[in-house]
Structure formats: structure tokens, C-alpha cells
Design a binder for this molecule. Structure first.
Ligand code: MEV
Length: 413
């Protein structure tokens, strides 16, 4: 049996038997109480309910020689299938290679009404300011992080102190904002200037991940196209994305399908992730594809470089049971590893999308996966959902009217 042919309960049992989750975690998933009421109330204001999103997992990921199951939370039916599909082609060709640098979050303290000597005064106190900023969050030093840089930038009548902070495994927004607000008071005292604001930057330049994969041609072929031709067409389509901004945006959307779904499943801040990725795609002054595909030594070579702005501890990640379950299921140890895996998911989704686009197009796969939700929209319940979906796939007619007709016929049998 294929995973998609199992019931959700059977899939949970599969994860349990394969040791990806514990008995308690399996029971928790089966209870379908993903977010305790009191926690939901404390996470957001004016809470009146819990917005559900499907939670599933992608398979066949091997990143830097280690195998992973990837939890993903997303409402678009083909994304998990695409991730697994791309990952399998890559695993069978040797797997993903990922490299991840330090986790540096930048923050800005902006001074206004600056005087002629303010810049020099700040320069003279450079080391003291760093020391003060480090003292503002002593536990960070204990965990191996702390201030990594302090730069001063002049803007007409304003000066910016740009502070880099190694936040280790935390996404770092709260840590950095705490450091900045405390340090800003000290800076105001030293300079006798007004602080306009102190806030982290969601720039991801300090959190860049590079993921590469080489795919054998024979892993790309279809019934009507050779793998080499598929690879050449993927290269051509990527070249087009470098020339057409409209295509680059959609190319990147395919990457973000995978990235965001894991960011969501791990309780991370998807708005921060999106902001960072879009900044990175525009860094040359022209919006560009985040990945590139070329042919090297007779194989399709993919490379994705992008910021992955997440954490593996802190905030909602540590309090939300589903986020904890996701991290535990993936067996990732720290944000560095999680960032590598998320980059790999982005590249896997990208490969699947491009392969589909240059061969059969995406609608065939897309619609057959959406047939279940179409059946539900048409009113199907319980066992009817599978039966109506199967008939829609059989007829390859995915209109809502047809789904209603098929349901009616089924009920009249
Ligand atoms: C759909 O969610 C994503 C794609 O449009 C990405 C792409 O075009 O590369 C298939």
C-alpha cells in the first residue's frame, strides 16, 4: 500500500512503527486536539477558535547523508506529494548536500537629532556598547552566542547602529529586540541623542543556506521524454526565470511551497521567512530565482541559496505541541540542521514543479490531488469522498458541477 492510500490513522501507525514518533505522540495526533484551548488563548488576542490546516509529512529526504521524514502543514494538495517526489529523485541520485553558516540576526538602533560629534562619540565607545549589549542578554553568551558585530551608518541627520547577534538556536526576534531596547538607552545616554526606534531587521543575510543536488538523467525521464531532454528543458526554464521577473516570482513560489509548509509545521514565523526570502531574491536590484539548475558532468545540478529565518527553540516553537512534535519527528538537533533540511525541501519542491512544467504540465497531477477536496465541496461525506474523487479522476472532469453530479449518481445507486 502507498502512504496516500492509507487512512490518517494508519499513517500515524506507520510513523510509530518506523520510530519517527512515540506512542504518546501517536495518541496525541489521534486525539486531534492539536492546540490546547488555554494555549491558543494565550498565543493570540480575541481568540475565538482554532484555524485548522492539514498536517502531513513528506518522505525520502536524505540531507548530508542523514534520512528525514518532513512534517509539513499546508492546504495545497500537491505540495507534500511534490516534496516527496523531488526528494526521491534526489535521494536515488545521492541526496542533498547542504551548508549552513552561523545564525546572525541584525538589529537597528536609529538615532535622530544627531550632533556633529555623535558619530565620533559612538566610535570611541564601540567596545563599551558591545559589552553593554552582551550584558543585556547574559544567557545568550552561555549558549555560545552574543554580539557578532557593530557597525555605524550615517543617513543625513540620522545615525544607525547596526548590531549583529548570533542567536544560536533561537529565531531571535525577542532576544534581539530586548538587547536593542536596553542598549538604546545606554546609547542615548552616551550621545545625548533621541532614539527614533530600536528593532531587529528581518533581513536574512546572516542566515543563508546553500543546498545542492545532482540528479541522474534516468531519474527524470517520463514515458515520452528522455531524462536528458527533461534536464535540458529544466535548465532552459530556469534561464527564462532569470530573464523574466514574472516567471522568477512563480519559480520562487514553488520553492516557498515547501519552505513555508515546514516553517508552519515547526511553529516558526512564516512572515519573517517570506520577508527574508523576497529580500534575498531582490538583492541584485532585480528580482531573481532563488535556485539555479545547470548540467554538470552529465547530471542535472540544482543549487538553492536563500535565507532560512527560523529557530528550533523559543517562543511559540517551544510552547506549541505540534511544533515540538515536528522537531522530534524530524530528529533535528538545533536550528542549523533544521535550516539545512528546510532548504532541501525548497529545492525538492522546485525540482518537482519544474519537471512537471516542462513535461506534462502541472494540472493533471494537481487536479487529481484536488479531487478529494472537490468532492467535499460538492457535499460528499465519509466514504463518499474517496468514491467521488476516484470517479472524478477516472473521468478527468474536475468541475464542481460534475462532482455534484457524480455524488448524486452515487447516492441514487
Ligand atoms: C504551484 O503552487 C507552484 C508552481 O507554480 C511553481 C512553478 O511554477 O515553478 C508549480
Amino acid at each position: 500500500m502507498k502512504l496516500y492510500e492509507l487512512t490518517d490513522e494508519e499513517r500515524i501507525n506507520y510513523l510509530l512503527e518506523a520510530n519517527y514518533i512515540t506512542t504518546e505522540q501517536a495518541d496525541f495526533l489521534k486525539s486531534r486536539k492539536s492546540l490546547p484551548e488555554d494555549l491558543a488563548d494565550s498565543l493570540s488576542e480575541n481568540q475565538i477558535g482554532i484555524f485548522g490546516l492539514p498536517y502531513g509529512f513528506a518522505t525520502d529526504f536524505t540531507v548530508n547523508g542523514k534520512d528525514y521524514i518532513i512534517p509539513m502543514s499546508i492546504e495545497e494538495p500537491s505540495v507534500i506529494a511534490a516534496a516527496s517526489n523531488g526528494a526521491k529523485r534526489i535521494r536515488n541520485s545521492g541526496g542533498f548536500k547542504a551548508s549552513v553558516g552561523k545564525h546572525i540576526v541584525y538589529g537597528q538602533i536609529v538615532l535622530e537629532s544627531v550632533k556633529v560629534d555623535t558619530f565620533d562619540l559612538l566610535n570611541q565607545n564601540h567596545n563599551d556598547i558591545i559589552q553593554f549589549a552582551n550584558d543585556a542578554h547574559p544567557s545568550l553568551i552561555k549558549r555560545g552566542g552574543g554580539i557578532s558585530s557593530l557597525e555605524l551608518h550615517k543617513y543625513d541627520d540620522m545615525i544607525e547602529l547596526e548590531i549583529g547577534v548570533d542567536t544560536v538556536d533561537a529565531m531571535g526576534a525577542n532576544i534581539v529586540n530586548t538587547i536593542l531596547e536596553k542598549t538604546a538607552k545606554k546609547v542615548a545616554f552616551i550621545t545625548d541623542c533621541d532614539v527614533l526606534c530600536s528593532i531587529l531587521s528581518n533581513s536574512g543575510v546572516g542566515q543563508v543556506v546553500t543546498v545542492q543536488a545532482d540528479v541522474d538523467f534516468d531519474k527524470l525521464s517520463t514515458s515520452t521524454m528522455s531524462g536528458q531532454e527533461v534536464a535540458q528543458r529544466i535548465v532552459m526554464l530556469t534561464k527564462f526565470a532569470r530573464q523574466s521577473v514574472k516567471r522568477a516570482i512563480t519559480h520562487n513560489k514553488g520553492i516557498m511551497n515547501g519552505v513555508d509548509a515546514v516553517v508552519m509545521a515547526t511553529g516558526n514565523d512564516y512572515r519573517a521567512q517570506e520577508a527574508a526570502a523576497q529580500e534575498f531574491a531582490s538583492q541584485t536590484g532585480r528580482y531573481s530565482p532563488l535556485s539555479n539548475w545547470t548540467i554538470i558532468n552529465g547530471r542535472l545540478h540544482g543549487e538553492l541559496t536563500m535565507p532560512v529565518e527560523i529557530g528550533s527553540v523559543g517562543g511559540a516553537i517551544s510552547s506549541m505541541p505540534m511544533a515540538q512534535l515536528s522537531l522530534s519527528m524530524m530528529k533535528v538537533y538545533g536550528s542549523k540542521e533544521l535550516r539545512a533540511v528546510i532548504g532541501a525541501v525548497g529545492l525538492a519542491n522546485n525540482l518537482s514543479a519544474l519537471r512537471a512544467l516542462v513535461t506534462t504540465g502541472i494540472q493533471a497531477g494537481h487536479m487529481s490531488l484536488q479531487s478529494k477536496s472537490l468532492a467535499v465541496t460538492a457535499g460528499a461525506v465519509g466514504n463518499e469522498i474517496k468514491l467521488v474523487a476516484a470517479e472524478l479522476n477516472n473521468q478527468k472532469n474536475y468541475s464542481l458541477d460534475n462532482a455534484k453530479k457524480v455524488l448524486k449518481e452515487l447516492r441514487n445507486k
